[in-house]
Design a protein around this ligand. Sequence first.
Ligand SMILES: C=C(O[C@@H]1C=C(C(=O)O)C=C[C@H]1O)C(=O)O
Length: 181
Amino acid sequence: MIYLFVVGLTAAVTTALPPSRDLNALVNLSAERLLLADRVAAAKFGTDQPIEDPVRERQVLDRAAAMAAEAGLDATGTVAFFRAQIEAGKAVQRGLFDRWARHPERAPEHRPDLATEVRPHLDRITAAFISRLAATEDLRAATRQCGELLVSAKRAADRRHRLDPLHERALNGAIAPVCTG
Ligand SMILES: C=C(O[C@@H]1C=C(C(=O)O)C=C[C@H]1O)C(=O)O
């Protein structure tokens, strides 16, 4: 009950954004989430915590679906969008594990705490995503306009975050569902 109230309140606040004319903020959030995968990987590398955690994934997707419903977004499409974010994030984690195993000198020295530091940040990004998905609902269709806006937003995010090939490829996967309507 309290949970539903909090979800409702969050959605009411997060959907208050005016409609967007571009996809820049949405794609930027995807890039930010992928950069956070570096901290997720740093939290897990050298521990027995696996990259993939199906229980946590279910929680992320269920929360996104609940928030989508509150915001009047299509739950199936929203879950597909978050599934793409999760898969892209795991691809980054795998790439970093591989890199750090081959070059231990490049492995992070600090191990952030997944539960208290990193996942709360990911949860805030989920709420921001819902808000941005609602603000871009009109733009996100299988149209040429959406495709062009997506290419432009992707270029802007690549430049802004100076993404390396690992993150750049992952971002391609993360934004693939944006123009599927
Ligand atoms: C980010 C994590 O790693 C993986 C990716 C997840 C995600 O992108 O939300 C969730 C669980 C894990 O499968 C995590 O464990 O929190």
